[in-house]
Design a protein around this ligand. Structure first.
Ligand code: G6Q
Length: 545
């Protein structure tokens, strides 16, 4: 049943923001900080272990008040309650959206279709924990009796990016005897390189696919199976070297994996919201069940915060609303995520999917064209590397690029004075972006007149600073849940369905049609556009059978 979203454009709350924007548009962060000496302390919120300092944004307390009124107008509280209570808010797929149930403690209740799903969640978590412990302790052995040392997760999109990101993020907590690899690309180079230097007898493949029909994953899993059987010389080896994570037991069995070695999840977990489910099995094997559960507890803490905290003290809601402010009033087209932690190198890619697949939509929940710009382009890399590459554009380019800076008080490793240097850069960058350097300041530093325009900085470039004590499993869970609820907040303001992804379908079905056209013996009749037809002919001419 389509839900008619609240169209916020044109409401009194929207108009109030538009009028406020006209007043604030040209105000510099220098002025805002000069006007309120306590701004830095006041514009800070805490949630679990996270602190968000949003003072270096082009906002005043009035902006926050008006954005909160907009959220109320859009029904953010009601929509979030609808999610938490298992309503089918994913209307185009007629599904509940219950990743929050994946981190609900035992004894609590999250209902889908009249059934409490929490006991099932914990049953699967137990099964995962038993298996993870067996692999870690060397009780689960390969076909030849060798201990498992390599874990290869085969999956793509939501069945890859989460565990791949979290594995790197939690490397300091991982069992270094085990090597994890993540294969996603249908390009044969991916599976080839992942298996080129490992012993099949010591390798476990986890085929992670909600549907178990995804072309890339099934293709990679078949090649992995061929490689394993060729190496070990026996089909029977498959059952000791392949397990599956899926919602589709029949497909898993058809592939040749014993359904007893399948870890289940459910259609109410969206792919990009799934790494807290069995999709995180590889991660659990790497860090162990205890830290995995800590991660879930971190996400749970943020779920509770998001559900209960008033919006003006609500970290994910504020992140979302400030994002809307830049997206829809300042017309910012992109936004950067800049972790100052090497272990978070895959966080931007993970958030890219979370945000862009969720909010890259141009129709509202009831199928009408949106009348606001929706999700921005999300990008980023670890901060210090970016400083020596694209930060130039952030400081002196013509575009406004709001950014989240994420840093930690304590490093995972104390190596010399590296962490102090890292954090000095972290702090220096947001200061420089906010306050810049005026022409007069440049002159007073002795910069020669012709160079003054080149060596002054406009400033007024907005950033959020997110700080946590250290990057541990709990904090990772908190961070990810914050971004999940941020994306949800924005989806509600824009009136879109953040939980479907029909946009990826067209290319997929065309690819299936093109495969036989590339490989058929007889010249196929091509009915594409002239460009695609010519490219197919060129490929066929060059293709060696
Ligand atoms: C995520 C998307 C998508 C999905 C992959 C893999 O929200 O739905 O990225 O996760 O296409 O799908 P399977 O898990 O079904 O293989």
């Amino acid at each position: 049943m389509p839900i008619a979203p609240v169209r916020v454009r044109g409401t009194p709350e929207w108009e109030a923001l538009a009028a406020h924007f006209a007043e604030l548009r040209d105000v510099h962060l220098r002025e805002l900080f000069a006007d309120d000496p306590l701004r830095g302390e006041e514009m800070t919120v805490d949630a679990a272990d996270l602190v968000l300092d949003y003072s270096k944004n082009r906002v005043t307390p009035e902006t926050v008040r008006l954005l909160v009124a907009l959220a109320e107008r859009a029904g953010l509280r009601e929509r979030s309650e609808a999610m938490f209570s298992g309503e089918h808010i994913n209307v185009t797929e007629d599904r509940a959206v219950l990743h929050i149930a994946l981190r609900a403690p035992e004894g609590t209740e999250v209902v889908d279709g009249g059934r409490n799903v929490v006991p099932e969640v914990h049953k699967v978590l137990e099964k995962m924990a038993d298996f993870a412990e067996a692999v870690r302790a060397g009780r689960w052995r390969g076909f030849t009796g060798k201990r498992i040392k390599n874990i290869v997760n085969i999956g793509i999109g939501g069945s890859d990016l989460g565990p791949a990101m979290a594995y790197e993020a939690l490397l300091p907590f991982s069992d270094r005897v085990l090597t994890l690899r993540f294969v996603s690309n249908v390009d044969g180079a991916d599976i080839y390189e992942a298996t080129a230097d490992i012993d099949a007898a010591e390798t476990l493949f986890i085929v992670s696919s909600k549907t178990f029909t995804t072309l890339e994953t099934i293709g990679n899993a078949k090649s992995a199976k061929e490689w394993l059987v060729a190496s070990l010389g026996d089909e029977g080896a498959v059952r000791k070297h392949f397990v599956a994570v899926s919602t589709e037991a029949d497909e898993v069995a058809r592939f040749g994996i014993d359904p007893a070695n399948m870890f289940e999840f459910w259609d109410w977990v969206g792919g990009r919201y799934s790494y807290d489910s069995a999709i995180g099995l590889s991660l659990m094997i790497s860090v162990g069940p205890g830290p995995f559960r800590e991660m879930l507890a971190g996400s749970r803490a943020i779920d509770e915060h998001f559900r209960a905290a008033p919006f003006d003290r609500n970290l994910p809601a504020l992140l979302g609303l400030i994002g809307v402010w830049y997206n829809d009033f300042f017309d910012a087209e992109t936004y950067a995520v800049l972790p100052y932690d090497h272990y978070l190198s895959k966080l931007p890619a993970y958030l890219q999917q979370l945000d862009m697949e969720s909010n890259g939509k141009s129709v509202t929940l009831d199928g009408q064209a949106v009348d606001l710009a929706t999700g921005p382009v999300v990008w980023g890399t670890p901060g210090t590397n970016g400083q020596h590459a694209y930060y130039q554009l952030l400081h002196q380019g013509t575009r406004l690029v709001p950014a989240d800076f994420i840093g930690f008080l304590h490093p995972a490793h104390r190596v010399g004075d590296h962490h102090d240097l890292l954090m000095a850069n972290f702090l220096a960058q947001t200061e420089a972006l906010a306050f810049g350097k005026t022409a007069d300041e440049a002159r007073s530093e002795g910069i020669s007149e012709p160079l003054v325009p080149h060596r002054s900085f406009p400033g007024n470039r907005p950033t959020n600073t997110i700080l946590a004590p250290e990057l541990n499993p709990r904090v990772l869970g908190e961070l990810v849940a914050c971004y999940e609820h941020k994306v949800f907040t924005q989806g509600v303001i824009w009136g879109i369905n953040s939980f479907d992804q029909w946009g990826v379908e067209l290319g997929k079905s065309l690819a299936l049609q093109i495969v036989p056209e590339l490989v058929s013996e007889a010249e196929p009749a091509l009915h594409h556009d002239s460009s695609t037809n010519a490219l197919i002919r060129r490929y066929r001419a060059a293709r060696r059978p």
